[in-house]
Write a protein that binds this ligand. Structure first.
Ligand code: HGY
Ligand code: MN
Ligand code: MN
Length: 404
């Protein structure tokens, strides 16, 4: 596949959305199915043996000269956030296919199988629970995750049962330590490579994440007849909590805390809000710091809600540990990075990736590609054709020289 083919395929995928006005592909949605069919056709065109799991995980197998050897896994995710860019996820899948096509054009057969995986839900846009695809290939969709509900109250379990792609589906499963590892190419989603004026880097570790669902409840009342001192306003309480979360993160760098979603009930302009529901996304590269900040945040919220005579409902939706990348697998990738770019840079990832879910069962390594202004989870997300080409060359070099 030439670079121009990879670029035009990114554009084709970016046109498949659940919403006419912006890019969003969520778990098992119609546009996800269209994207899956397109990806499977491209994987098939490369001569790989394709399959899909009911949860939307796709796989292409290139057997190599020793089909029974432990496989190397490549890939990324093809779901998106809301109003997404076109590179976060699909670039990793298409770069893997481009690297394999480059090897085929050089008549190179690898001495081990390569499995290209496309995960159907890394972002958690529908159920707020991340890494559904990568956790499913390890058979780790636990009861709590299966009970997660979407905005319509549908549980993941019932969505899988009623909307899953069961026709011609097969089990895609990897027992622990049954592979050579997982390597993912991804845009950096940060500004460091731009500041260093370098096209790519490896990743040393992925920051830990804590995702919370918070509900503050007070008392609905008339906006015109209720004096300020008598109010139990859930939204102003939430506002104080949110600003407190921001000041906590600002005072503890490199911690980051984000409130990405908020809903107010009853939502009438002349009614005092009875209830405010919002999300917390808290990240830090050190788990003990992340846990300490989470405790501090809960104490701050309890104090605010006590003072305001509100109730606090604090729910841990999901947490992922800070995840180091495998030093040996990463050193192979670093050698290829150096061979192609002359650089030897490794960065910590503030963004989460499927490797977090896979790390307990296999070595993981990641290759970052520079993205303009570090922008991501935004329609203006952009990686240059030159940097994408460099990424594909590094991946190709890595596959050729990877003799584990
Ligand atoms: O939220 C993240 O870090 C990733 O984009 N899923
Ligand atoms: Mn993302
Ligand atoms: Mn991603």
């Amino acid at each position: 596949m030439s670079l121009s083919t990879a670029i035009s395929r990114l554009e084709s995928l970016a046109r498949l959305s659940d919403h006419p006005g912006h890019l969003i592909r969520s778990f098992l949605s119609p546009s996800s199915r269209q994207a899956a069919d397109l990806l499977l056709s491209w994987i098939r065109d490369l001569g790989l043996q394709t399959s899909h799991a009911p949860d939307g995980t796709l796989r292409g197998i290139l057997p190599g000269s020793n089909p029974s050897a432990p496989p190397l896994l490549l890939g990324s995710h093809y779901d998106t956030v809301i109003d997404a860019g076109k590179y976060d996820g699909p670039l990793g899948i298409l770069s893997a296919l481009a690297a394999l096509e480059s090897l085929a054009q050089q008549n190179i057969t690898l001495p081990f199988p390569v499995h290209v995986l496309a995960f159907s839900d890394e972002e958690g846009t529908r159920f707020q629970t991340t890494y559904l695809g990568s956790r499913s290939i390890l058979a780790q969709l636990d009861e709590k995750t299966l009970a997660a509900t979407d905005a319509n109250g549908i549980t993941l379990a019932s969505a899988l049962a009623s909307e899953g792609w069961h026709h011609n589906a097969s089990l895609i499963h990897y027992p622990p330590h049954s592979t050579r590892g997982y390597v993912e190419l991804h845009i950096e989603q940060g500004r460091v490579l731009e500041q260093l004026n370098q096209p790519a880097s490896t990743v040393s570790a992925i920051a830990g994440q804590t995702r919370l669902a918070i509900t503050l409840a007070g008392h609905a009342d008339h906006a015109g007849t209720t004096p300020m001192p008598l109010r139990r306003d859930a939204l102003t309480g939430a506002a104080e909590c949110i600003l407190s979360a921001e000041s906590l993160a600002r005072s503890h760098p490199p911690a980051v805390i984000t409130v990405g979603k908020i809903a107010v009930h009853p939502g009438a302009s002349n009614s005092i809000p009875q209830r405010a529901d919002f999300t917390i996304d808290l990240r830090h590269p050190e788990d003990n710091e992340r846990h300490a900040l989470t405790t501090e945040l809960q104490e701050r919220f309890l104090s605010i809600t006590d003072q305001r005579n509100l109730t606090l409902d604090w729910n841990l939706v999901q947490e992922s540990p800070a995840t180091p990348c495998d030093p040996t697998l990463t050193s192979h990738l670093l050698n290829s990075l150096q061979a192609i770019t002359g650089h030897h840079t490794s960065l910590v990832s503030g963004a989460g990736h499927d490797g977090v879910a896979l790390a307990p069962a296999m070595p993981i390594a990641m290759l970052f590609i520079r993205c303009r202004d570090g922008l991501s989870h935004h329609p203006d997300e952009y990686a240059s054709p030159e940097d994408i080409d460099t990424g594909i060359q590094i991946l190709t070099h890595f596959l050729k020289s990877f003799t584990p």
